[in-house]
Design a protein around this ligand. Structure first.
Ligand code: FES
Length: 170
């Protein structure tokens, strides 16, 4: 695929570049021909796991960790720009970094606002958690996603990844 026909890279929202990524070297992640529209892939650099997602706004590179409790977002589902986590029904907009649906466990959002736990309509009631577990949920903060600057060179998706040694595709 020539770079002229390559898919777009989604712009990174203001102030949401991952720590250390702004000045890091570009490193190869994958062949863009292997990423279908609406697809998601995990690419790991040592213990840093990245999510590559082909959203409706372009390709996004972010951490493959749910901003709630770190589950791999690559195992979730992508609908347009919104990825749904397999745990707690949280959903996150990959074009803005914002939470689209707050996790069922409730807790703090990125601005410190508290959200109450919730349940799917018709779901059987769950037993009340212990006080310490309820407190842990209430103080768990769901942050905004952080992103890695990306580009496509000769059909290869590259991203600025700090302190990387080599890429391992899962
Ligand atoms: S870990 Fe993803 S919603 Fe809780």
């Amino acid at each position: 695929m020539s770079d002229d026909n390559a898919p777009a890279i989604c712009p990174i929202p203001p102030r949401l570049v991952a720590a250390g990524a702004g000045s890091a070297e570009f490193r190869p992640l994958l062949d863009v021909a292997d990423l279908s529209p609406g697809g998601m892939r995990r690419v790991s650099f040592g213990d840093l796991d990245l999510l590559v997602a082909a959203t409706s706004s372009g390709i996004v590179v972010t951490d493959d960790r749910c901003p709630h409790m770190s589950a791999p977002l690559s195992l979730g589902t992508l609908d347009g720009c919104v990825v749904a986590c397999v745990l707690h029904r949280g959903a996150f907009d990959l074009s803005t970094g914002e939470t689209a649906t707050f996790p069922t466990t409730g807790g703090l959002d990125a601005d410190g606002m508290h959200h109450a736990p919730w349940a799917m309509a018709g779901a059987p009631p769950k037993p009340e958690p212990s006080e310490s577990k309820a407190n842990a949920r209430a103080l768990t903060r769901t942050r905004r996603l952080r992103f890695y600057p990306a580009r496509i060179r000769e059909g290869i998706l590259e991203a600025r990844v700090p302190e990387a040694t080599h890429a391992v595709e899962a």
